[in-house]
Design a protein around this ligand. Structure first.
Ligand code: 4AD
Ligand code: MG
Length: 462
């Protein structure tokens, strides 16, 4: 059995050879003693044209009656067709029906809306758009692991169930073994988790960073790649309740080193995906986003912009009249601001650094001005924030003071403070939202269409 991707990769080798291919029928048509099947097996974007000839097939009459969506196993000879649209075809000698389909198969040969396809998440991976998206997703994940391994990083696994809110934004999904209809209440009427299985309030992690920091203090360079959860009720094309995040953490590095790593990694992944999935990217370039290929090729070689938050605010103020939310120093940047900076001012990815401490998390290193922290966000055209990272506060006293200012308890973070007591060196890291990266690589504009089974506000069916 040979995958169709292998045929495309080495058609000369397979020419005139008799092989077996298994897949699903995308289209089927017949006229008298001849039939044509477009067979797709998911190994690559393109399908294989299978030619059915009555004289060669004992079950010809049954096969040409098959419905779209049926699974078949075909044995036949590969014939090169250099003058045709497809570079080769298969002349079938034997066709076995592995699984028939019915005429009401929802994916008939016509254009379906993405909204309709979202309602059939179990079948949509068999369409052009979604098979491209999910193959790119796979290739990007592989490239990320490859990048870190080639650069000496250790892959670490951080917990999904956690007692600490890394981002301090209160966007955690609570985990409980209690019967929530009869959950005990505290005096002020809140759910009392004291008697729960874990004996304390536990949640699904929003980020593996704090645990990754522990591992970086042992291995020097580490990264995580796993699911994270946010209970933010944001019904936007860029937010999901469950998404995957890549979080490298590097000891002995500062913010500049952190940005260098982020830039190098994004460029590496773009180049790898362009190489691994040319048919998929070509399809996206043609049908999803016409400028995609040119943009990706440019980004893979251009230097990313770097600007401080304070400078960015000055640039944005010039356009305040056109924003829904005008900016001033101290405000958090909205997607409209992020996209303006990267699309209208820099025309390429840009890092914004040194944000006011009030709008960033407790663990970020305080700058000498006492007002800003050593944070960086990478903004990219079409999306806005792709990466959020920072140099971490490694000074014990400064960190304790920040916890106190924010009303966080030292007891909850005793282990995190310990890292600063025992060989706590300067270190930095970032988080890259994997779905946003796949959106960037495909031009797909809604996060629901790059997650195989999206968990977003209002979606519970799958
Ligand atoms: O900026 P964030 O919140 O940073 C952190 O969680 C840090 N602890 C990362 C670190 O320094 N190790 O999230 C990082 C990235 C964002 O830039 C964004 O791409 C993505 O995660 N992200 C989301 N993606 C999809 N849906 C959501 N609800 C997301 N929230 C964040
Ligand atoms: Mg962020």
């Amino acid at each position: 059995r040979v995958e169709i991707a292998k045929l495309f990769a080495d058609k000369e080798f397979y020419a005139e050879k008799t092989i077996t291919v298994c897949g699903w029928i995308r289209t089927i048509r017949d006229s008298k003693a001849l039939g044509f099947v477009d067979l797709n097996d998911g190994s690559c974007f393109k399908g294989l044209q299978v030619v059915l000839e009555e004289q060669n097939l004992t079950n010809f009459k049954d096969i040409v009656k098959l419905n779209v969506g049926a699974a078949v196993s075909v044995t036949g000879t590969i014939i090169l067709t250099p003058e045709m649209k497809q570079p080769f075809e298969m002349h079938a000698q034997q066709v076995e029906v592995e699984g028939a389909s019915t005429p009401d198969y929802p994916l008939q040969k016509k254009r379906h809306s993405v909204e309709f396809l979202r309602s059939i998440a179990h079948l949509r991976p068999r369409t052009n758009l979604f098979s491209a998206a999910f193959r790119v997703r796979s290739a990007a994940a592989f490239a990320i692991h490859q990048f870190f391994h080639e650069n000496g990083f250790v892959y670490v696994h951080t917990p999904i169930v956690t007692g600490s809110d890394c981002e301090g934004a209160g966007e955690m999904f609570t985990i409980t073994t209690l019967d929530m209809d009869n959950v005990p209440k505290t005096e002020d009427g809140k759910a009392d988790f004291a008697g729960d299985f874990f004996g304390k309030h536990t949640s699904l992690t929003v980020s593996g960073q704090l645990e990754a920091e522990c591992m970086a203090m042992a291995f020097g360079k580490v990264y995580t790649f796993g699911p994270t959860f946010r209970a933010e009720n944001s019904n936007t094309p860029r937010h999901a309740a469950e998404f995957w995040m890549i979080e490298p953490e590097i000891a002995f590095a500062d913010l500049a080193g952190d940005m260098d790593l982020a830039e190098k990694m994004v460029k590496f992944v773009i180049r790898s995906v362009l190489e691994a999935c040319p048919q998929d990217i070509e399809f996206c370039n043609q049908f999803v986003d016409k400028g995609l290929l040119e943009r990706l090729e440019q980004v893979a070689s251009a230097d990313f912009g770097r600007v401080t938050y304070t400078e960015a605010i000055e640039l944005l103020k010039k356009n305040n009249g056109n924003f829904e939310y005008p900016v001033e120093w101290g405000c958090d940047l909205q997607t409209e601001h992020e996209r303006y900076l990267t699309e209208q001012v820099f025309h390429r990815p840009v890092f914004v650094t040194d944000y006011p401490k009030e709008i960033k998390a407790f663990y970020m290193r305080l700058n000498d001005d006492g007002k800003t922290v050593a944070a960086m966000d990478m903004l990219v055209p079409g999306i806005g924030e792709l990466i959020g990272g920072s140099q971490r506060e490694e000074r014990l006293e400064a960190l304790r003071q920040r916890l106190q200012e924010l009303g966080l308890s030292e007891e909850d973070y005793w282990w995190y403070l310990d890292l600063r007591r025992y060989g706590g060196t300067k270190h930095a890291g970032f988080g890259l939202g994997f779905e946003r990266l796949v959106m960037y690589l495909t031009g797909i504009s809604n996060i629901r269409d790059v997650l195989p089974f999206p968990r977003t506000t209002g979606v519970a069916e799958f």
